[in-house]
Structures are given as structure tokens and as C-alpha cells.
Design a protein around this ligand. Structure first.
Ligand code: NAD
Length: 464
């Protein structure tokens, strides 16, 4: 335990609260503690949920226009604090500064978007057929939401839950990952400072399993919105589902990039490099498998190696990821695949890896690597490439490159992923849903469906 680093308490009911239980937050490049956060107990979680309930009736009743304006003030305050929050991500997670700044900038856009959406939440009045006055169909916030988030996009994945939940009239208790709680906590601090009523946004830092269980089993939590691994998702579903809580699960992916025979290879290489190695491969939307027509493989690999030589990665955020990277490459070699790069560079840093000659049965082809590895797999028939895209039990983000857009769109429709990007690598926009299909999750975030995920509908039938 380091007593000299900054210490940050929980935020419960609009106030900072602390106990004498602290957890270190370390710089992944050095392993040195950079801060401490309070380790919340079950009683702290209960206090946060109780505060959220106390705030709920008032926040739900706040007219949508006013709610939208309050969220807009939060968005502007976040804009003003973006630099500081990005620096926290950089320090605690190891994400290079430019990527951290981009994460915060995109997250701010999401808050602005949902501030507007709050104003557009209106009821419908359906005229009655015979007799009566008709049917009012009105949206109502689902209630108290527990947002449980991972370390790899510590701000974005809080905001994707927080902004639409607030717009819908929900109160939120955020539980960030223990590896990277500082930036997520800072976001919640800004929400409170920007004038959201006390209790509308709380944050409980601490140990994942114990705080996660306290939230997902709490009778006062109406919805659990989780992003993270499938392993933990199954545990959380095991707590939340028998208690009939609403649940959304955003899990990992195994991104295919299907290169068509008319593709611009420079664009395809750009997509593979950008998405294969973004955040040192620790991204759910990573490109993991490049499916390339056999006739284009050599040209693609030549260009890819040139670009790969210039890639500089930040440190791996966890020791687990570092160890897993080497285990996956060792397994690929043992199966006869060729591995280029991927070596240790010191300070928890890795060189990006390129794997060729790997097929199903090799772990990195079957399981989400979550480390900086791109596998290139040649194909003879497009149908075979589509079948391989859909083979592993994931369905988050896929990519297609090809100049005939009609054909590229047909291929996109055949890829069983919640998002498919054609001829580029920018995946997320606030106004479109981001959904994990099949083993990548349940429900979705962002867009209109991501707002409705925090709404329960009421039908008021007026008969006389
Ligand atoms: P994780 O599942 O280990 O942790 C996620 C959250 O759950 C953290 O807050 C953690 O503290 C908590 N937690 C951990 N163990 C728990 C337990 N036993 N009970 C209750 N809560 C627990 O995931 P991670 O390693 O932080 O994140 C990586 C995963 O997240 C990858 O699979 C990645 O693809 C996925 N991910 C998905 C998306 C998406 O939008 N679909 C986005 C980013 C990351």
C-alpha cells in the first residue's frame, strides 16, 4: 500500500465517501501505484443503491426537456475536463495519449447526443376505436441501473450506459473495473459537479467479484448493464436473471475482415493495421482474422509488413494479457503456424504479431485473443470466407473491403455481427446501435435501441 499517492473515495448521493479500505491503482508500464481508490463494501453498495432510489422519483418526473438540459450541462463539463480524463486513462490503462483523447472525445459526443434524445422522449396517444378516449403509450425509465464496466475503454463503456440511462430517466450506480477506475470515477464526479441531482449518478470502486455481486443481487437494482468477458457475464447473469432484473451483456468479439477480390489493398491493410493493433489488441472490435482471396495474399502481406514495422504499442494493461499473448503465439507455432513479431519489448510492451498458416483448432483463431495479433487466412471461395467469419461463437464487429458496394453490402448482410464496417475502420457512432450477436452478448447500446434498453413502457387505456 502506498500512502503518498492521491486517494479517491466513492461518490454516493452526490458526496465523496471514504472508509479505511483502499486499493492501489497502478501504472501498467511500471507496476508502480499512481493512486488509491476506496474498496467499497456491501454496505457502501447498499448506500449507493439507496441513494439512487431516493433520487429516482424526482429524476423520472423531471420533464424531458429539463432532463435533456441537465445532461447537456454534464456533456459540456465533460468537454471542459476531457484532457484531464484522457490523461487518467493513459496513466492507469497504458493507452497511448492520442487514443485516450479520442476515446474521451467520442464519449463526449455520446453524452451530447443523448442530451438531445432525452428531449425527444414523448408519449403517443392512440385514438380509441369504439368507445373510450384512447390509449396513451408512454416511456418510463426502467429504474436503478448498475453499470459494470471493463478497463479497456474505461470512459466510453461507462458513458454508453450512463448517457442513455440518464436520458430515459434512470439513476445509475457505476462500478468500474478495478484495474482502471480513475477515469470512470472522474466522469461520475463531473456528472455530479455539473449539477445532476445527488444520487442520480454514484460510483462504487473496488473488488470486481464482491462489488459486482452486491450490485447484481441487490433488490433495489432494476437493470444490470454489463460490458466485459463472457466468463464474468455468465456469473452476473446467474445472479441477475433469477431475480428477474433486466440485463444487457456486451462481450468480446473475434472480428473477421473479409477482403473481396476487387478491394483496394491499401484500404484493407489500413483497416487490418488500425483495428488489429488498436489499444494493443485489447479492443472488443479488433480485426483478428483477415480473410483474403488466395491470389491477393502475397500483395496484402507485403503491404501489411511495411505498415506493421511502424506500429508502436502502449504497454499491455494487465499481466494476464501479456502472458496470454505468449501462450497464444506458442500454441500457434505448435500447430505449425508462422509467427512474425510479437516479441517482448520491455516495460510490459509487445511488438505487434502477424500469424499466417493458422487454421481452426489454433486457439487464436477460435478464441478472442485480446492481444495484438492479426491472423491472415487465404480463401478460395467467398462462401468459405463468410462461413469462416461466422464460425466462432462471436458476433460483434466485422469488416468488409471491396469496391463494388452492392456486393460488399450483400457480404455484410451475410456476416453475423451486430456491426459491419465497409471500407474503413471507424466503428461507433452515437446514433446507431452497437450490439453483440450470438456469443458476443445480449441487448445493445447506443442509438435509439440503446435508449429504449433503459425504458419500460406503460399503456394507459382511457376508457371514459
Ligand atoms: P471482465 O469480465 O474481467 O471484467 C468486467 C467487469 O466485471 C469489471 O468491472 C470487473 O471488475 C467485473 N468483474 C470481474 N470479475 C467479476 C466477478 N466474478 N463478478 C462480478 N464482477 C466481476 O472483463 P475485462 O477483462 O475487464 O474486459 C475484457 C472483455 O470485455 C473482453 O472480452 C472484451 O472484448 C470485452 N469488451 C466488450 C465490449 C463490447 O462493447 N462488447 C467492449 C469492451 C470490452
Amino acid at each position: 500500500m502506498s500512502a503518498t499517492v492521491p486517494r479517491h473515495g466513492l461518490i454516493v448521493g452526490g458526496e465523496e465517501t471514504t472508509t479505511d479500505a483502499w486499493m492501489d491503482v497502478t501504472d501498467p508500464a511500471t507496476g508502480v501505484a499512481i493512486a488509491q481508490v476506496t474498496a467499497a463494501s456491501t454496505a457502501d453498495v447498499d448506500a449507493a443503491v439507496t441513494a439512487a432510489h431516493a433520487a429516482l422519483a424526482g429524476w423520472r418526473r423531471t420533464p424531458p426537456l429539463e432532463r435533456g438540459q441537465a445532461i447537456a450541462r454534464f456533456a459540456r463539463a465533460l468537454d471542459d475536463d476531457a484532457e484531464r480524463i484522457a490523461e487518467l486513462i493513459h496513466r492507469e490503462e497504458g493507452k497511448p495519449r492520442g487514443e485516450a483523447q479520442a476515446e474521451v472525445a467520442r464519449a463526449c459526443e455520446v453524452v451530447h447526443h443523448f442530451a438531445g434524445e432525452a428531449e425527444r422522449l414523448w408519449s403517443e396517444m392512440v385514438p380509441a376505436g369504439a368507445g373510450g378516449r384512447g390509449s396513451e403509450i408512454r416511456p418510463d425509465g426502467i429504474g436503478v441501473v448498475a453499470a459494470i464496466t471493463p478497463w479497456n475503454f474505461p470512459v466510453a463503456l461507462v458513458i454508453w450506459k450512463l448517457a442513455p440511462a440518464l436520458a430515459a430517466g434512470c439513476c445509475v450506480v457505476v462500478k468500474p473495473a478495478q484495474e482502471a477506475p480513475l477515469a470512470a470515477r472522474a466522469v461520475c464526479e463531473v456528472a455530479n459537479r455539473a449539477g445532476l441531482p445527488p444520487g442520480v449518478v454514484s460510483v462504487v470502486t473496488g473488488d470486481g467479484p464482491s462489488v459486482g455481486e452486491a450490485l447484481a443481487t441487490h433488490p433495489g437494482v432494476d437493470k444490470v448493464a454489463f460490458t466485459g468477458s463472457r466468463r464474468v457475464a455468465e456469473i452476473i447473469a446467474g445472479w441477475a436473471s433469477p431475480r428477474l432484473k433486466a440485463l444487457s451483456l456486451e462481450l468480446g468479439g473475434h472480428g473477421p475482415l473479409v477482403v473481396l477480390d476487387d478491394a483496394d489493398l491499401d484500404v484493407a491493410v489500413d483497416v487490418a493495421i488500425s483495428q488489429g493493433y488498436a489499444n494493443a489488441g485489447q479492443a472488443c472490435y479488433s480485426v483478428n482474422r483477415v480473410l483474403i482471396p488466395r491470389s491477393l495474399e502475397v500483395g496484402f502481406l507485403e503491404r501489411f509488413r511495411v505498415r506493421m514495422a511502424d506500429v508502436v504499442l502502449g504497454p499491455m494493461a494487465t499481466d494476464r494479457g501479456f502472458t496470454r499473448h505468449h501462450m497464444l503465439l506458442e500454441d500457434a507455432r505448435a500447430h505449425g503456424a508462422r509467427v512474425e513479431g510479437g516479441e517482448d519489448l520491455g516495460g510490459n510492451r509487445l511488438a505487434p504479431a502477424l500469424v499466417t498458416g493458422a487454421a481452426p483448432g489454433v486457439r487464436l483463431i477460435d478464441e478472442e485473443p485480446f492481444t495484438p495479433i492479426v491472423a491472415v487466412m487465404p480463401y478460395d471461395e467467398l462462401d468459405g470466407a463468410i462461413a469462416e467469419s461466422n464460425r466462432p461463437d462471436y458476433g460483434l464487429v466485422g469488416y468488409v473491403c471491396g469496391q463494388d458496394l452492392r456486393r460488399a453490402q450483400d457480404v455484410a448482410h451475410a456476416i453475423e455481427c451486430g456491426t459491419v464496417v465497409i471500407n474503413g475502420w471507424r466503428v461507433v457512432v452515437p446514433y446507431a446501435p452497437y450490439a453483440g450477436w450470438r456469443g458476443s452478448g445480449v441487448g445493445c447500446e447506443l442509438g435509439r435501441p440503446g435508449l429504449e434498453a433503459f425504458i419500460r413502457w406503460q399503456h394507459v387505456r382511457v376508457l371514459a
